[in-house]
Design a protein around this ligand. Structure first.
Ligand SMILES: NC(=O)c1ccc[n+]([C@@H]2O[C@H](COP(=O)([O-])OP(=O)(O)OC[C@H]3O[C@@H](n4cnc5c(N)ncnc54)[C@H](O)[C@@H]3O)[C@@H](O)[C@H]2O)c1
Length: 280
């Protein structure tokens, strides 16, 4: 049931939203429930060994998510967009306007969280891939979404999906942590520059959610720490004040709130959604 009637018929585009169990899928479905027309974008197919098929959202999965939204009574379309490509990001913004007549909400959600190695073992190509998708991709999203929103002249909402790693450092995650720390600067600068156009720019910083990417991290770090899966998950729960890891819907709720009128005076903010695990 819609909680924010003002979101009815707004047009929302979400990058990296073509993977089941993902934060992008959850935000897309929640915004569709609120009455938004949703453009689901994702890379669509594997791009070499740095972006293998089992780590990305395929075109088929993206189309399934669109069908699921439509079956639930919502409106959605899909568009293949590799966020490393300025042309494709710009094309995605144009697709939203061509398809639904507007672009009101843009969520930079695409991310790589699976190339995790100590700095001493990390290839430069792996560093580049993470930075290019997570930070450069978000910059392109902010740039082309803002360009379209400024031209429309009716404001807008841009949301960056950061991480607990936007605020704290984690071993084996130099590129990931650096890219997400960079998102703080991108969010704040964009908020300053776009405020006069009535475009708010905020970041959501989740802790752990067992998405496809999250499941990869659980398996990887259970092994790296030598704890095994059960102990690794137990320890994770134990350090979260609210006693559980994040759920996809926790992030979707924060996203809907930041898109709503309730958040109209909030910009440049990096909001932890972490059950109290992250507090600065
Ligand atoms: N799951 C977590 O615990 C967690 C915690 C904090 C932040 N995040 C962030 O949430 C976001 C979504 O991750 P998720 O956990 O839902 O995982 P996910 O794997 O479901 O989503 C990531 C998506 O990014 C897409 N992607 C990768 N490279 C791309 C590219 N070049 N162009 C377009 N899309 C591309 C993938 O295809 C995938 O669909 C990421 O930015 C991630 O860093 C996740």
């Amino acid at each position: 049931m819609a909680k924010y009637p003002e979101l009815a018929d707004k047009v929302a585009l979400i990058t990296g939203a073509g993977r089941h169990k993902g934060l992008g899928e959850a935000m897309a479905k929640r915004l569709a429930e609120e009455g938004c027309k949703v453009v689901i974008t994702d890379i669509g197919s594997a791009q070499g060994q740095l972006m293998p098929e089992d780590a990305i959202g395929t075109t088929k999965e993206m189309q399934q998510i669109v069908e699921e939204i439509k079956s639930a009574g919502g409106e959605a379309s899909s568009y293949i967009c590799n966020v490393m490509s300025p042309e494709e990001v710009k094309g995605a913004a144009q697709f939203a306007v061509d398809t639904y007549g507007s672009l009101d909400i843009w969520v930079n959600n695409a991310g790589i969280g699976y190339l995790m190695k100590p700095i001493l073992d990390m290839d430069v190509s792996e560093w580049d891939a993470v930075m290019n998708v997570n930070l450069r991709g978000a910059f392109l999203g902010v740039k082309y979404a803002a360009e379209m929103m400024v031209e429309q002249g009716k404001g807008g909402r841009i949301i960056n999906i950061g991480s607990q790693a936007s605020k704290s450092a984690f071993p084996h995650a130099s590129a990931y942590t650096t890219s997400k720390h960079g998102m703080n600067g991108l969010t704040r600068t964009a908020a300053l520059e776009l405020g006069p156009h009535h475009i708010t720019v905020n970041q959501i910083c989740p802790n752990h959610v067992t998405t496809g990417l999250g499941a990869w991290q659980n398996a990887h770090f259970s092994g790296v720490t030598g704890k095994g899966h059960e102990k690794y998950m137990e320890d994770m729960k134990a350090r979260i004040p609210l006693g559980r890891p994040g759920m996809q819907e926790d992030i979707a709720k924060a996203c809907a709130f930041l898109c709503s009128d309730e958040a109209s005076y909030i910009t440049g903010e990096s909001m932890n959604v972490s059950g109290g695990e992250e507090y600065h």
